[in-house]
Design a protein around this ligand. Structure first.
Ligand code: ASP
Length: 343
């Protein structure tokens, strides 16, 4: 590293900064200052480290788009002062936050690394120390004076992933995240090995931060025996702007007449319908089976290999842009931030 790098640590909450209530045994967020006391190694880094702690640290199960806006604004307001950003976040919804931020931070040219832990930092066997120390190293890493990483990532248990390709798959193992449809961006062993061909190219345009998200979305998960009365009551709800359909296999679902009619009614009302698969690997190919051809004919958008986390946040982001439906449908199928494999 030529010049000393500077990293901003943004603490939003999560297990990494939690303590056990001696009386109830519940895990609750504690004051951020205690975190730096717990990791004295942080003071030994040859990196200019600053931190901002959110006033009310949360368990990430309470995450909300308003908090994503707060995080995005914090990055925007500090963008020129730091070389990289580390966001400390609970693991439960970390993939949602990483996906949302990837869309909100357009033309990113610096690393934004989310990390957390499965065990609180104060516990001897914590995974939090390694996760945090390496995340900071990645956020500070430069080559020829330029950041190596210039996208929103998750670092967890020796692997760096593109955030909008991940999901939390394990609540018991330290290795909590998977990125089934995209390679890891780096692996930390004795050295940090970057998978350079997998990284997004840095953007030379100015950072554009989007802070309007629209959550008027209904998620409809298919299951054998899906109930007509309940489904149509849900679809009749006022104000739905998009339906995220979670289908089987390569994007297939029931061909029962009532279901097709309900989807057609929604599309005729101007509601966007996006089809993603319940499978964790592979992609939606509408028209491959008869059980998805009807969706294609109706104008349902095929979500290819978008994760659920990416699909829902991409919808929130695009609906928030006040674009026409044709444009939203086109952008849903366009690879905006590395979230989608287009062929
Ligand atoms: N419930 C916690 C959270 O997501 C779990 C974690 O931090 O790993 O905030």
């Amino acid at each position: 590293m030529s010049k000393k790098s500077s990293v901003l640590l943004i603490y939003t909450g999560g297990t990494i900064g939690m303590m056990q209530d001696a009386r109830t045994n519940e895990l609750r967020p504690f004051d951020f200052k205690a975190l730096t006391q717990q990791i004295p190694e942080l003071n030994k880094f040859d990196i200019g480290l600053s931190s901002i702690a959110f006033k009310n640290p949360i368990d990430s199960s309470n995450m909300h788009p308003l908090v994503w806006v707060e995080i995005a604004k914090t990055i925007r307001d500090n963008y020129n002062k730091f070389d990289g950003f580390v966001i400390l976040h609970g693991s439960d919804t970390m993939s949602f936050t990483a996906s949302a931020l990837s869309f909100m931070l357009e033309n990113l040219s610096k690393p934004v690394v989310l990390t957390g832990s499965q065990l609180p930092i104060g516990i001897i066997r914590t995974d939090g120390k390694e996760n945090l120390i390496t995340a900071i190293e990645i956020a500070a890493a430069k080559e020829k004076g330029k950041p190596i990483v210039s996208e929103v990532c998750i670092y967890f248990e020796y692997k760096l992933y593109r955030g909008n390709r991940t999901f939390k798959y394990n609540s018991a193992h330290f290795d909590a995240f998977k990125s089934p449809n995209y390679h890891a961006l780096a692996e930390a062993g004795v050295n940090i090995q970057y998978n350079k061909s997998a990284l997004l190219k840095p953007n030379s345009k100015a950072l554009k931060v989007h802070t309007t998200l629209d959550n008027n979305i209904l998620v409809l998960k298919m299951f054998p025996g899906i109930n007509e009365r309940i489904t149509s009551a849900m679809l009749d709800s006022h104000g739905i702007k998009a339906i995220l359909l979670e289908t089987f296999g390569a994007g297939n679902c029931t061909t029962q007449e009532w279901f097709t009619k309900e989807i057609k009614k929604a599309i005729d009302k101007g509601i966007i319908v996006l089809n993603i698969t319940q499978c964790l690997e592979g992609r939606v190919v509408q028209g491959m089976y008869e059980t998805s051809s009807h969706l294609k004919k109706l104008g349902v958008v095929g979500g290819a290999d978008l994760t659920f986390e990416s699909a829902i946040t991409k919808l929130m982001f695009l609906l928030g842009q006040k674009l026409g439906n044709a444009q939203i449908k086109k952008l849903l199928q366009t690879n905006l931030r590395g979230e989608l494999t287009t062929s």
